[in-house]
Ligand binder design. Structure first.
Ligand code: PXL
Length: 289
């Protein structure tokens, strides 16, 4: 019998739109990891590019769900949080982490609240400050540059220099227990970079590059975070996980780019069967370095 790993992911169910739980559950499961879910809210679609969507906040269900898991002694090797339904929910999530995360367990926080210089509908600076406190429970935080700027009360711009990105990643160390993975470094022509910093060794900076595809779409952040979490939980280093997640996300975009009607998310499902080749190629390349 092989050891199994069990993760809990807390984020919304957008019934339609390829994001959050409908992305995290299949992707993390594809890494062979048992994936439990706690929906933060149920929406008819995600909030980006749709109007008149329904939104049912599930905050008030959290305490009873926690009590039941305590009674059943259900615990987790890792907890990964994404889009949160309300700021009150963050307090309940802290209770869940304190009660249900195994002693050596890892916490992954994607502070999913903003992109392209703006908050997603319904979030504001007050929420961002509370999200900052929540990030401090994380062993890995995975902000994009917009989220980083809201966490740090900085002005966002489309392109930051390499030095500015590194500086920002270092400043973000106060919002993590261990690693910062800052996404969206665009300073290198044709590449998209992720800055990876270990808080305990901030002078050592790793920048992981993938080839950039010039295509803007929704949902790539969730595909990246989910594949990062999967790779990390099967034992890859933070930089290796960022590389694997970047390649996986690139593949998902490649499957989507020729279909202009498909502008609400990426076709990550088509990339899942390629995940195994991607992991094998990655391991083989490492051996030959
Ligand atoms: O992909 C981030 C995300 C998740 N969930 C909901 C969203 C968004 C981004 O807009 O609206 C409901």
């Amino acid at each position: 019998m092989s050891e199994s790993i069990r993760i809990l992911t807390i984020q919304d169910i957008s019934c339609f739109g390829q994001c959050s739980i409908t992305v995290a559950l299949p992707i993390i499961s594809a890494f062979g990891i048992e994936t439990a879910i706690l929906p933060s809210a149920v929406l008819s679609t995600h909030t980006s590019g749709f109007t008149d969507y329904t939104f049912r906040d599930l905050t008030e269900d959290f305490p009873a769900i926690l009590r039941h898991w305590e009674k059943e002694d259900i615990s987790f090797d890792a907890i990964y949080t994404g889009y949160i339904g309300s700021s009150k929910q963050l307090k309940y999530i802290k209770d869940i982490i304190n009660s249900r995360l195994k002693p050596e367990g890892q916490v992954y926080v994607d502070p999913a609240m903003a992109d392209f210089g703006e908050f997603y509908y319904g979030f504001d600076q007050d929420f961002a400050d509370k999200m900052g406190e929540h990030c401090k429970l994380g062993d890995f935080i995975l902000p994009n540059t917009t989220e980083a700027c809201y966490l740090l009360h900085k002005k966002w711009k489309e392109n930051f220099s390499k030095e500015e990105m590194i500086e920002m990643a270092r400043e973000l160390c106060k919002f993590t227990n261990k690693y910062v993975i800052l996404k969206g470094d665009t300073h290198k022509e044709g590449k998209i970079g992720m800055i990876v910093i270990d808080k305990d060794n901030p002078s050592e900076v790793n920048i992981v590059y993938n080839n950039k595809i010039d295509y803007v779409t929704h949902g790539t952040g969730d595909v990246f975070a989910s594949s990062f979490v999967g790779a990390s939980l099967i034992g890859k280093s933070p930089s290796a996980s960022a590389k694997i997640a970047g390649e996986f996300t690139k593949k998902a975009i490649e499957y989507t780019i020729d279909d202009p009607k498909h502008n609400y998310g990426v076709k990550f499902e088509k990339a899942i069967p390629k995940l195994y080749d991607l992991l094998k190629d990655f391991d083989n390349n490492l051996k030959h370095q």
